[in-house]
Each structure stands twice: as structure tokens, then as C-alpha cells.
Design a protein around this ligand. Structure first.
Ligand code: TYM
Length: 347
């Protein structure tokens, strides 16, 4: 029987954050460690997504290499040769773009205009942002539907895009599927995804300076985010200067105390201790300084270890992995796009 696919991608750009790491790389690696025998794992580089906003074009290759190193360092290292694990670049498998175009012709302007990430990133400057940025969620739907992916570990900010992939897949199945032989396998609803990832809710690491917002690589303030290539001691200082509140008592309450709750969450995720245990240990204490110190210590230790592991992986190893993954995916994606072309009458 065909194995179901679990798939994720991280848009490569300079300066990926701790939010990206904890929201995407780690959950993907944890699922792979648990389920590598029963599912296929596709960890890919959405490099076509990278150019939807102006970037350092000359740095794209290096950033793509780094992203694969991050997957390996996040827990894929000893699974890299497993036949169920594939690494690949979206731009090297043309079926991604071909399927995106077909889906474009069935997605509506109305539904894509409602996607909040586009609105946030375009920041009211609709006239001057690229059509690619507008279209970004449809390409993402193609990334998912091309492989009939069932689970897509992402942070909470991407849930809306997964629901869109589900809607588009369902629409195509209704129009072009035939009974049991559906055109696309659909991603599970995000509420089911969260359960599968063993979370109580979607994951959202907050900005250190404005904790009501998510930690974001595009945020200008360097103190708002921990970058994966930050100097570990400097990163610890950022935690020490994180914005908290004046309630005066530590409690896990994302709504009223997002800064303190964010620190508890980071502490739990990086120390491997469950959130309820961490909250149990710190709740009721009054020294925010102590909580910051404990969090700063785990962040510093994590970055030292992580960066050493990344540095030990060579570009040549990564190139080989990508070529192997792309060779494995090419016939599968070709078969799928031909099937879709047949279904819509192009063949
Ligand atoms: P991107 O590059 O914006 O973010 C990559 C991943 O990091 C997660 N993330 C966070 N998680 C928790 N807290 C945060 N503060 C935080 N910031 C970012 C994001 O939710 C995401 O999981 N559209 C995707 C890339 C993509 C993709 C796909 C993902 C393209 N095609 C197909 C899955 C499947 C993106 O730009 O994510």
C-alpha cells in the first residue's frame, strides 16, 4: 500500500529564527523519528517562494544549503539515508509550478485576497508588491497536493494556507475526481494536524520585544528575534532584555502575559521538559529575572550545540542528498501532473 506523506517547507532567506526552528524543523524531525517506517517524509526548500519578495538573490543557494543542514541538525541526521526521507528543491521539480498554474485557474481572487499573510506582508502597498506574493498560497497548495500530503507540520501562521490547500483539493476532487479514485489526497484539517503533532494548539513563538506579535525574520528590530546564526552569548542577552509585563507574578497566560508565557514556552521546548512541568515549576514565582536567566542559559547552550552540528555538515553532503531526493521525486511528480492534466482535459 502507498504510504501517506508528511511534508513541510521553510522559505529560505537570511536569518531564520528560533520560531522557524521550533515551529517547523523540530516538529518535522520529531514526527520523522517517531513514524519513519509508516509515512514518507518530504522536507523541501520552497525556493520559488523565496523570490516572492525582494531578497539577496546571490545568497539563495547558500541559504538553501543551510536549510537542509538545519533539518539534519534538528534530528534528521541519522535518517538522511532512509528511503522514506527525501530532501528536494521546489524549483528543480517543475510539476510544482505547473500544478500551481492549474490551481490558479480554480482559485478565486476573493479567497486569495482573504489570506492574512499577504495582507500583512504587503502592508497596504498592494500596488507595488509582486503578483507572486499574492499567489504564494496557491503555490503552497500545489506543494502539498502534488504529493497528496496528509500532515503538514507548520506554525500557526500557516494554518490558513493549509485550509486553502484542503479547499482547493476538495474543489478539484468534486469537479474532476471519480468516486474512490480521487484526484488529490487532502491534508487533514488543522485541528487534526495539531492533535497529530501532539500539541494543544498551534505553535507561535512570540517576538521578544512585542510579545503580542509572532517572532518574525522580517521584523526589523534585532532584539525581537533569536536568529539561528546569532552569537550564543548575544542571543542570551536578547532574552535578558525581553519585554515582560508588570503583573509581578509568573503565570502561563498568553493573553495577559504574553512575554512571560513566551519565555516559559521557549524554556520548555528547548529543555525538552513538558510545558505543564515548566509551568508547574515557575508559576507563582515573582522573579522575572530568574526566569529570564534560566531561559537565556538554555538558549545559549542550544545555539552552541546546534551551530556546531550545522558546521560539521559539508555542502557536498547536502548536494548529494538534494540530488538523490529530486531524482526520487521527479517520476512521482511527473505522473501526478500528467494525471491532473488529463483530468482537466489538457491531455
Ligand atoms: P515561513 O518560511 O514563513 O515559515 C517557515 C515555518 O516556520 C514557522 N514559523 C513559526 N512557528 C512558530 N512561531 C513562529 N514565530 C514562527 N515563524 C515562522 C511557519 O509557520 C512555517 O511552518 N509558506 C511557508 C513555506 C512553504 C510551505 C509549503 C510549508 C511553502 N510551501 C508547503 C509547508 C508546506 C512559509 O513561508 O513559511
Amino acid at each position: 500500500m502507498k504510504k501517506d506523506t508528511i511534508l513541510t517547507g521553510v522559505r529560505v532567506s537570511d536569518g531564520l529564527t528560533l520560531g522557524n526552528f521550533l515551529g517547523a524543523y523540530v516538529p518535522m524531525a520529531n514526527l520523522a523519528r517517531k513514524y519513519v517506517k509508516t509515512y514518507r517524509f518530504n522536507a523541501f526548500i520552497p525556493d520559488l517562494h523565496s523570490i516572492t519578495t525582494p531578497v539577496d538573490y546571490g545568497g539563495l543557494q547558500k541559504n538553501a544549503m543551510n536549510s537542509i543542514k538545519y533539518y539534519l541538525a534538528a534530528g534528521f541526521d541519522d535518517l538522511r539515508d532512509n528511503e522514506n526521507v527525501s530532501f528536494y528543491r521546489q524549483s528543480r521539480l517543475s510539476a510544482h509550478s505547473e500544478l500551481a498554474w492549474i490551481l490558479d485557474c480554480f482559485a478565486t481572487m476573493g479567497e486569495i485576497s482573504r489570506m492574512t499573510q499577504y495582507k500583512e506582508k504587503s502592508d497596504g502597498r498592494q500596488e507595488s508588491v509582486s503578483v507572486g506574493l499574492f499567489n504564494y498560497p496557491v503555490l503552497m497548495a500545489a506543494d502539498i497536493l502534488l504529493y497528496d500530503a496528509k500532515y503538514v507540520p507548520v506554525g500557526e501562521d500557516q494554518f490558513q494556507h493549509i485550509e486553502l490547500a484542503r479547499d482547493l483539493g476538495m474543489r478539484m476532487n468534486k469537479k474532476f475526481g471519480s468516486g474512490d479514485d480521487e484526484l488529490f489526497g487532502l491534508p487533514e484539517k488543522t485541528s487534526e494536524q495539531v492533535k497529530f503533532m501532539d500539541l494543544t494548539q498551534g505553535l507561535r513563538i512570540r517576538s521578544l520585544t512585542e510579545p503580542e506579535k509572532k517572532m518574525s525574520k522580517s521584523h526589523e528590530s534585532a532584539n525581537s528575534k533569536i536568529l539561528l546564526d546569532d552569537d550564543p552569548a548575544a542571543a542570551a542577552k536578547k532574552i535578558m532584555s525581553a519585554t515582560t509585563d508588570n503583573v509581578g507574578v509568573i503565570q502561563f497566560d498568553m493573553f495577559n502575559q504574553p512575554g512571560v508565557s513566551n519565555l516559559l514556552q521557549i524554556l520548555s521546548l528547548l529543555s525538552g521538559v513538558s510545558l505543564s512541568e515548566v509551568v508547574g515549576e515557575w508559576s507563582g514565582k515573582t522573579s522575572y529575572g530568574e526566569l529570564k536567566r534560566a531561559t537565556a542559559t538554555v538558549v545559549e547552550a542550544f545555539l552552541m550545540d546546534f551551530q556546531a552540528r550545522v558546521a560539521a555538515i559539508s555542502d557536498d553532503e547536502v548536494t548529494l542528498l538534494l540530488e538523490k531526493g529530486e531524482a526520487r521525486m521527479r517520476p512521482l511528480t511527473q505522473e501526478k501532473i500528467e494525471r491532473v492534466q488529463r483530468a482537466v482535459g489538457l491531455r
